[in-house]
Design a protein around this ligand. Structure first.
Ligand code: BG6
Length: 473
């Protein structure tokens, strides 16, 4: 058998976005509110009772009205795939209705028409931090078992409507993030400080069953559909070679592995059951739950990767910044302007680890550098951004993807995060930019919403056109 040594011919190059961070139109055409509409400061500030004008996500980058122009720009870069999420509250405004909102469904028909026009494969996230607000207020989100039924109805509606046009699906964005952000990730209204571990792990169980159930429904609708889980991936390194640090790092990784283990292997791993025992937690797991988990495992594993972190049981803990979860600072790595460790080699490590552990095709569905960009006048007189820092970041990560492929890891594709600038999930800022395309919008909400190609735009177009051959090792 030949192991490819570079990107396979059918490698899916592209980018990713999420409805709540780029669509805007937060109440258009019958859309209901989602948790994001009451999080004007992301996870770094308090929630509000109702949407407030300082919440940048209400307008986002107005993709809802500019999708044609935006998709044309993605096509110009040669995108093979575009990952986006469907806003649950566009389809079921409250989340617990029995009939979907036709106007919401029709919007995504139009988006798919546009993608088809350019031959761009859609990759759809069913739930990306956008739980309908009504579900959090009335049911306490995923803490309530009834959420499984609401999610099943929502997922079935999507598979039946779009199943002939969308092959690749992800159930929950960064499902493991609920451990750290129960409101944003799990729609759980109880304040984090008051939420018991019993309730948190029960909510996690409900999400895992719902994910497996959605996989079942997808395969019922069409055996062609490919469903993946989506994990926030962070390799944890021991801060020192002391075996106690090695064990601490392993435990931190297992918190994340649990989610993939259940999705891929169909049952809770022994180390997780022990953790529950040690904490005195007894979950309500029915026989039907067990069967669902066991019989409807995922077709592939997807993940986001921005950073690695360290753990220690023996040293002073210097907390690192990070993507919804931190660890301990790694003194050997540089960090981004937001304190996230930059570690391209960690991506090769995680690809190898996941492949060795699960043996499922892997899809890198988020990666990129959040940075402050400055708009300057380009050589041809049009505004641009000289974002060589972003090019370096992505080049170095993609070189490691190529290494992992040569190691024998099966990688389906790569969608960089925030391919068009959008509102940050953690800080709700516009100034934390990831895109190849600059959007003229500022943290105070001012700006024309005009789009400008950054230098990374042409760079990525070349990477895609050369199928990775233009990368610099
Ligand atoms: C991931 C999320 O956690 O990281 C995205 O899936 C998010 O929604 C991305 O935007 C980058 O994080 P941030 O906080 O810089 O926007």
């Amino acid at each position: 058998m030949n192991t490819p040594t570079t990107f396979p011919d059918n490698f899916l190059w592209g980018g990713a976005l999420a409805a709540n961070q780029y669509e805007g139109a937060y109440d258009a055409d019958g859309k209901g509110l989602s948790v994001q509409d009451v999080m004007p400061q992301g996870i770094v500030g308090p929630r509000t009772e109702a949407p407030t004008p300082d919440n940048l996500k209400l307008v986002g980058i107005d993709f809802y009205h500019r999708y044609k122009e935006d998709i044309a720009l993605l096509a110009e870069m040669g995108f093979k795939v575009f990952r986006f999420s469907i806003a649950w509250s566009r389809i079921f405004p409250n989340g617990d209705e029995t009939e979907p909102n036709e106007a919401g469904l029709a919007f995504y028909d139009r988006v798919l028409d546009e993608l088809e026009k350019y031959g761009i494969e859609p990759l759809v996230t069913i739930s990306h931090y956008e739980t309908p607000l009504h579900l959090t207020k009335t049911y306490n989100g995923w803490a309530d078992r009834r959420m499984i039924g609401f999610f099943e109805r929502y997922a079935r509606t999507l598979f039946e409507r779009y199943g002939k046009r969308v092959k690749y699906w992800l159930t929950f964005n960064e499902i493991n993030s609920v451990l750290h952000e129960p409101f944003m990730s799990g729609g759980i209204n109880t304040p984090k400080e008051e939420l018991s571990e019993q309730d948190l792990y029960q909510a996690i169980h409900h999400e895992l069953v719902a994910s497996a159930s959605a996989t079942r429904i997808a395969h019922e609708v069409s055996p062609e559909l490919q469903v993946g889980c989506m994990i926030l991936a962070i390799p944890f390194y021991p801060l020192t070679p002391d075996p106690r640090d090695v064990w601490a790092a392993k435990q931190a990784e297992r918190d994340n592995y649990t989610f993939g283990d259940v999705h891929v292997r169909g049952a809770y791993p022994g180390y997780f059951l022990r953790k529950l025992r040690d904490k005195g937690i007894e979950l309500d797991i029915t026989e039907a739950d067990r069967r669902t988990l066991a019989e409807h495992t995922v077709d592939f594993v997807s993940f986001s990767y921005y950073m690695s972190s360290c753990e220690t049981a023996t040293q002073q803990r210097e907390a690192s910044g990070g993507n919804l979860m931190g660890g301990v600072v790694n003194p050997t790595l540089e960090v981004s302007q937001w304190g996230w460790a930059i570690d391209p080699r960690g991506l090769r490590t995680i690809l190898n680890d996941y492949w060795d552990r699960w043996g499922k095709p892997l899809f890198i569905v988020e990666n990129g550098l959040g940075a402050r960009d400055e708009l300057v006048t380009g050589p041809d007189g049009t505004p641009t951004v000289a974002d060589d820092y972003r090019i370096d970041y992505m080049n170095d990560h993609l070189v490691q993807v190529r290494e992992a492929i040569a190691d024998g890891v099966q990688v389906i594709g790569y969608t960089s995060w925030g391919c068009i600038d959008c509102v940050s999930a953690s800080t709700a800022q516009m100034s934390k930019r990831y895109g190849f395309i600059y959007v003229d919008r500022n943290d105070d909400g001012t700006g024309t919403l005009e789009r400008y190609r950054k230098q990374s735009f042409g760079w990525y177009r070349d990477v895609i056109a050369s199928n990775g051959a233009s990368l610099k090792a």
